[in-house]
Write a protein that binds this ligand. Structure first.
Ligand code: NAP
Length: 344
């Protein structure tokens, strides 16, 4: 039987919504003719989601485990009800619906990473076998389903699985940066030494070139030292991204008083909207990759300070995003080393 390419047939509550907005979807692992069944190896939980669960559990791994199992058992997917975000997964293709056979080069047995959020992916967890909280990784025994509209990528042979998973999780950010930043731009990156932040810093410098300026913002002295060493940022400033006045002052000091063409928010905590908006010039861009962003705070905040700027929501997908992000690791040995040390 053929089903909705967006997975609408799996929505249980409330009817009329898409799987991502649904409170409960069916995680029956019998596939239709246009779905793909995946044997899951690991979940890469979205950073905002993982840090929220970790905080609520006071770091207790058993409580985090129970939280994840409860969410999946209740909703049929791994969508944190507090942050609304998901993450992505890696696994092996176990079955391909008959209508999808031959439509791509995917075949049973391929190791893949999904490029659609866990917040809409039907998931069944039999057992959580390990949690690596430093890298938001949860290893499981379980299965998941990809709808016809869902994208996935075969894991590359030249990068380790963990490395690829880490990069693909945030692939949308550097790919969007490659399209938004142009030669000569003045760019501010908040959370510049995090996973998406460091990829964005590298890409922004590549695009802004010698005539542009990339300023990275980090919260800790050690991150500042390490980020300076990469050479991806022309300057690195130390500030708490939730303190918008301090961020504005430090950011403008670093740019010699010039407002920024574009500010990119890659932090994983709430209340950083104005720190992104305030340093941006009239008709510039504030790009919110962070899932901890509040649309209301950003929209009303920009209006409140009369900033006529473009507010971009960090769409996790843009054409060629996986390739752009993976290629960054192939291009830069510095970036690759950082990712190998942190995530491999
Ligand atoms: N739009 C999408 O499709 C999409 C996809 C994936 C992820 N995301 C979101 O993107 C954001 C970043 O993800 P990620 O994987 O790059 O996370 P990450 O590796 O945890 O990076 C977040 C960075 O923000 C820093 N930070 C935290 N609080 C800060 C503060 N008050 N001031 C300054 N810096 C602070 C962190 O520093 P410490 O490590 O020192 O705390 C870290 O370096 C998250 O909100 C995530 O949910 C969005």
């Amino acid at each position: 039987m053929k089903s909705s390419k967006y997975g609408i047939h799996r929505v249980i509550v409330p009817k009329g919504t898409l799987p991502q907005a649904a409170l409960k979807i069916s995680n029956d692992m019998n596939i239709t003719s246009n779905e793909i069944l995946i044997k899951v190896q690991a979940l890469n939980i979205d950073s905002a989601s993982f840090s929220q669960m970790e905080k609520a559990a006071h770091g207790d791994l058993e409580i985090i485990k129970t939280t994840i199992m409860d969410i999946v058992n209740k909703s049929g997917k791994m969508q944190n009800p507090v942050t609304g975000s998901g993450g992505m997964l890696i696994g092996t293709i176990e079955e391909i619906g008959s209508d999808l056979i031959g439509r791509s080069d995917l075949k049973v047995g391929d190791k893949i990473a999904t490029l659609v959020s866990l917040s809409l992916t039907p998931l069944k967890i039999e057992k959580i076998t390990a949690i690596y909280k430093d890298i938001d990784r949860v290893e499981i025994e379980g299965k998941a389903i990809l709808f016809e509209s869902g994208k996935c990528i075969k894991l590359p042979s030249d990068l380790s699985e963990n490395l690829a998973l880490a990069v693909l999780d945030v692939a949308g950010a550097p790919a969007q940066v490659s399209k938004l930043v142009t030669e000569g731009d003045n760019v501010l990156i908040l959370g510049a030494f995090g996973k998406s932040g460091i990829l964005c810093s590298y890409e922004a410098k590549k695009r802004a070139g010698k005539t542009g300026k990339v300023v990275g913002l980090v919260a800790f002295e050690k991150d500042k030292e390490d980020l300076i060493k990469t050479g991806f940022c022309d300057e690195v400033i130390l500030a708490d991204a939730t303190n918008s006045i301090k961020v504005l002052d430090s950011a403008l000091f670093a740019s010699g008083g010039k407002e920024y063409d574009i500010a990119i928010n890659c932090v994983n905590v709430t209340n950083t909207e104005m720190s992104t908006i305030l340093p941006v010039r009239d008709e510039g861009i504030a790009y919110f990759f962070s899932m901890a962003t509040s649309f209301t705070r950003a929209a009303l905040g920009a209006e409140g300070v009369s900033k006529d700027i473009k507010l971009y929501i960090g769409n996790g997908y843009t054409k060629g995003h996986a390739q752009i992000a993976l290629d960054e690791l192939r291009e830069s040995s510095i970036l690759r080393k950082i990712f190998e040390t942190r995530y491999a």
